[in-house]
Design a protein around this ligand. Sequence first.
Ligand SMILES: *[C@@H]1O[C@H](CO)[C@@H](O)[C@H](O)[C@H]1NC(C)=O
Ligand SMILES: *[C@@H]1O[C@H](CO)[C@@H](O)[C@H](O)[C@H]1NC(C)=O
Ligand SMILES: *[C@@H]1O[C@H](CO)[C@@H](O)[C@H](O)[C@H]1NC(C)=O
Length: 511
Amino acid sequence: MFSKPIRERVGVVTLGLVAVGSQLVAAGPCDIYASGGTPCVAAHSTTRSLYGSYNGSLYQVRRGSDNATINIAPLSTGGVANAAAQDTFCKSTTCLISIIYDQSGHGNHITQAPPGGAAQGPLPGGLDNLASAIGAPVRLNGQKVYGTFIAPFTGYRNNDANGTATGDAAEGMYAVFDGTHYNTACCFDYGNAETNSRDTGNGHMEAIYFGTGDGSGRGTGSGSGPWIMADLENGLFSGFDPINNPADPTITSRFVTAIIKGEPNLWAIRGGNSASGSLSTYYSGVRPNNGYQPMSKEGAIILGTGGDNSDGAQGTFYEGVMTTGYPSDATENSVQADIVAAKYTYDPSLMTSGPALTVGSHISLRATTACCTTRYIAHTGGTVNTQVVSSSDSTALKQQASWIVHAGLGNSACFSFESVDTPGNYIRHSNYALVLNANDGSKIFSEDATFCPQAGINGQGNSFHSWSYPARWWRHYNAIGYIAANGGEHDFDSPTSFNDDVSFVVSAGFA
Ligand SMILES: *[C@@H]1O[C@H](CO)[C@@H](O)[C@H](O)[C@H]1NC(C)=O
Ligand SMILES: *[C@@H]1O[C@H](CO)[C@@H](O)[C@H](O)[C@H]1NC(C)=O
Ligand SMILES: *[C@@H]1O[C@H](CO)[C@@H](O)[C@H](O)[C@H]1NC(C)=O
């Protein structure tokens, strides 16, 4: 289906080109894998084409206002995603990523994951959540694009994949992740898994895992993590020894290229910085003992969960592929060069929009729903609520409705909000309610207390999405504060008056 790549040497740089009609265009990762004899059988990305000749749909988004969908394509053949088309379609509403299309021609699209043996998703029918379409903006060669930000309870899957490795057959895979977005829950995975969403035994999956392990004490590298490991079912493996491989390093780069490949009694973990430099091999050797040799791969494709739909993990996926055959290190090194040349860069200014907030300022936030335009976000003890406040009210009430703006504790591109009358206490989400808690300095507190203001969804002021659950927005509902989805499993997720309930006008603080 794709023309044979032509390799040209220009100075010291090896430039891969592929013919599209009469034109030569830059080869993509899957052209490189094909030229290495290990073609892609699945190719997923919300950010760019993974073949030089690909100009079909990259992903689909669904908007909250009317459930309409749009397919997002590259700006040009082989190019980066047309994020502006998404922004136009999603203006004045919310959007979720509903499908990530397979670019390989195998039809291996991934969609909302069904319930599994370990976990039912939170939605009706046990479905997992879909990812917000705006959780992970970055630049690719200068253009804004969106990655797939996986919050806990979010997952994509294809249990009927075509052409992926089964049994002990050889395969390779890579993914580009956000090296700063991870947790310790099972399991932020991309790759090969069980076709029935259940744990059918050791060796029944072979997927890339990224994070600090599943809390079982199995699967660690050097330092405190996060690590690239293999989820082979019933274990996260950093090498042969199921407990620890000190050669598997803690990842510190913002963008990380993560590679797992396997063939009969041989497998490898490789990784590198997606923005510069080359790959290193963290493990290459025989399979672990106890049911992993031979492997019993089933060939389903997962993103964001374990093989049994364990769905507590978080991470961000920008692009990834699965191949047939065991790719050579040289082929993967060329793929890494292609990823570096694509120029992933993090631009903090993309994380927010709408009226700007100033760190250090004191603010108050007025509701804009017609019922409630004299109500402000306030707190009563640990409960965040809305209260009617005016300048003639008591100092105590005015302080309850006033907040000090800080750079986001969990991501400095976004913001955290400290109570004026209870220093050291911040608005955070807990069980989807907004609460006021003392900052305990933990990673989970920092992330739960970080919110990213956007232009107000109803056209007024700002709307604030949770950094860690970007499909959830500050909402007042029966005068209590929540992080709410636009349609979801809770009463406070009701789509009725959602746009107004999540839009707040920010002013100078009462106190
Ligand atoms: C993709 O490219 C082909 C051939 O160049 C062209 O016929 C087709 O219209 C393009 N499709 C899109 C969606 O741009
Ligand atoms: C969108 O679909 C969901 C479930 O399929 C439904 O509950 C909701 O009412 C729909 N929303 C709109 C605006 O049509
Ligand atoms: C399976 O993949 C092959 C390409 O190898 C493709 O021709 C075929 O249409 C795919 N089947 C489905 C059901 O998409």
